[in-house]
Design a protein around this ligand. Structure first.
Ligand code: PXP
Length: 236
């Protein structure tokens, strides 16, 4: 299983002071040197953390695949086609949310998302859809032309260690199996940390985990290199 590191919160910290430190590009370089399989940045509509300049710089400087998380909007589509990241992950976005709250409702917006995916795939960009682990969302995703899904692990992460853990875990496991049988490659992420990540081994279909908050949080105390390597050891 591979580890993609989401470095958005390096930008959150930088923006808290409105200055230039810490620089996301330096975080991207460290993740690259540690052997991360991808670097993820979420260019939000309100640019609350990662900026257009960050994405441009990371895309030009880093050879590790850049995974650009973005909403399904004309603006983001144009940016992706200009920058041509290795992959994009399409996410729902609400202005008031603290972080991405739920998965993309592909089943309800099948035509819109299929149209949005087409030029990206034609441009050679891998497209992933961030969805809740449900049969209807997986089946709809398989019809869009996207090559990947990323299963939202937020509910599993919140339920970890509680009586609901097994229910949430089985949703992930079943969705991953179904997705692979329909020809989709499967990633997962959101809310994963150094404890709850352990059960991801029980889902053999998983290709890559995308983890941000727990790694950046730990890096404050241990340094980013150590935080990334520790997570890589856990998911190896
Ligand atoms: N995957 C997606 C699609 C996300 O939106 C996020 C959060 O930005 C993550 C993964 C990483 O989540 P976390 O920061 O909780 O590890």
């Amino acid at each position: 299983m591979l580890l993609g590191v989401n470095i958005d919160h390096v930008a959150t910290l930088r923006n808290a002071r409105g200055g230039v430190e810490p620089q996301p590009i330096n975080a991207a370089k460290i993740c690259q040197n540690c052997g991360a399989s991808s670097i993820t940045t979420h260019l939000r509509e309100d640019r609350r953390h990662i900026t257009d300049e960050d994405v441009e710089l990371i895309s030009k400087t880093i050879s590790t695949p850049l995974n650009l998380e973005m909403a399904v909007t004309d603006e983001m589509g144009e940016i992706a086609l200009r920058i041509k990241p290795h992959s994009v992950c399409l996410v729902p976005e609400k202005r008031q949310e603290v972080t991405t709250e739920g998965g993309l409702d592909v089943a309800r917006q099948l035509d819109k998302i299929t149209e949005f995916v087409k030029p990206l795939v034609n441009a050679g960009i891998e497209v992933s859809l961030f969805i809740d682990p449900s049969e209807s969302q997986v089946k709809a995703s398989a019809k869009t032309g996207a090559q990947f899904i990323e299963l939202h692990t937020g509910s599993y992460s919140n339920a970890f260690g509680t009586e609901n853990e097994e229910i949430e875990f089985q949703k992930l496991k079943n969705s991953a199996k179904l997705a692979q049988s329909l020809g989709l490659k499967v990633n997962a992420g959101h809310g994963l940390d150094y404890e709850n990540v352990s059960r991801m081994h029980e889902i053999p279909e998983l290709n890559e985990l995308n983890i941000g908050h727990s790694i950046i949080s730990r890096s404050i105390f241990t340094g980013l290199e150590s935080a990334v390597k520790e997570m890589m050891e856990l998911i190896k």
